[in-house]
Design a protein around this ligand. Structure first.
Ligand SMILES: C[S@@+](CC[C@H](N)C(=O)[O-])C[C@H]1O[C@@H](n2cnc3c(N)ncnc32)[C@H](O)[C@@H]1O
Length: 317
């Protein structure tokens, strides 16, 4: 099956969604701010040329009965209605809603744009075994190696630096912010990295629907949006149900590493992670900052504002 077919998981019948996620989990929580960003010429170039090789669209329609065409890919070459297995969305299905064309970074495929080409569905690694099955990470990266999931990779500098310093592991970055995705694509090419892939969309959908249990060596959540207002705490990435979900995709002994410059969120993270029965903390509370975690833009911002940086490193039992 091709990447296009993978994207068609958006149209997988409700039975599959029901199988992988109990109904109470299906309420969608947005942990990210919808934000627009300018795409420089360099970014557009990176998206056009590199997305077909390194990019993976997370379908947005995994709610039972909701079918949407793929509108998630930031590159111009997105929906391939002629791909095998593609079928038009069932607009009469209960819960169907029109694609979110106002989503940040979304733009209609411009097939007349110079340099546009159809996605290379034969590119190595871009396949998943079966319609509706989780991603085949071995096929995705073209080898069998431990996989690190980088949630909210931002502009991608930290992901690229870690992947370059850690060639024995594969890095799957997931981000919704198109300029950040484009920047990481460009960095991947510039540094000749072969162990980076970039998923565009909601990390929670990726983990819930497309990653099998016991798939990840580590999950990184570096400087997730703090959502400081109490009424927004429900949007935080690190909360009990999300932690249980992330932990279920780790291999036994695998690492969940969070970092934040927001003291109150750090405290809440510590409570939540400590309360998860499947996780163990090798530290008394906060971890020492590991040398392998590069300083990120958001960390620099926090430090400049005089905030302490907290690392939390837990392992799956
Ligand atoms: C505060 S920034 C931190 C970026 C980067 N980790 C750093 O330290 O510079 C948080 C990032 O997480 C992304 N994000 C938040 N929730 C997400 C989700 N559910 N799926 C994918 N990306 C998400 C946001 O778009 C944003 O770029």
């Amino acid at each position: 099956m091709t990447l296009s077919s993978c994207e068609q998981i958006a149209g997988v019948p409700s039975a599959r969604a029901a199988q992988v996620a109990p109904p109470e989990r299906l309420a969608r929580v947005r942990t990210f701010h919808p934000r627009r960003g300018r795409l420089s010429g360099r970014h557009l170039d990176a998206l056009d040329r590199l997305w077909p090789r390194f990019g993976l669209t997370i379908p947005t329609g995994n709610t039972p009965g909701r079918h949407t065409p793929n509108v998630g890919a930031p590159a111009r070459n997105t929906t391939d209605a002629s791909a095998p297995g593609w079928s038009a969305p069932d607009k009469d299905a209960p819960g169907w809603s029109a694609p979110d064309e106002g989503a940040p970074g979304w733009s209609a495929p411009d097939k007349d744009a110079p340099g546009w080409s159809a996605p290379d569905k034969d590119a190595p690694g871009w396949s998943v075994p079966d319609e509706g099955a989780p991603i085949d990470l071995v096929a995705l990266f073209g080898r069998r190696a431990p996989v690190v999931l980088e949630i909210g990779s931002g502009m991608g500098d930290a992901t690229a630096a870690m992947a370059a310093a850690d060639p024995g592991r594969d890095y799957l970055a997931v981000e919704v912010h198109t300029p950040g995705i484009a920047n990481l694509l460009a960095l991947t090419e510039r540094h000749g990295l072969t162990n980076v892939r970039i998923a565009r969309g909601d990390a929670l959908d990726l983990v819930r629907y497309l990653l099998p249990p016991d798939a990840l060596d580590a999950v990184h959540a570096f400087f997730p949006d703090p959502w400081p207002k109490p009424r927004h705490h429900k949007r935080r990435l690190i909360q009990p149900e999300h932690v249980a979900l992330l932990r279920s995709r780790l291999v036994p002994g695998g690492t969940l590493h969070c970092a934040t410059d927001w003291a109150e969120y750090a405290e809440s993270m510590l409570q939540t992670l400590t309360a998860d029965p499947g996780l163990v903390n090798p530290y008394a509370d906060y971890a020492l900052r590991p040398a392998h975690r590069p300083v990120t833009k958001f960390e620099r911002r926090g430090t400049a504002a005089g905030r302490r940086i907290f690392d939390l490193i837990f392992h799956r039992r």
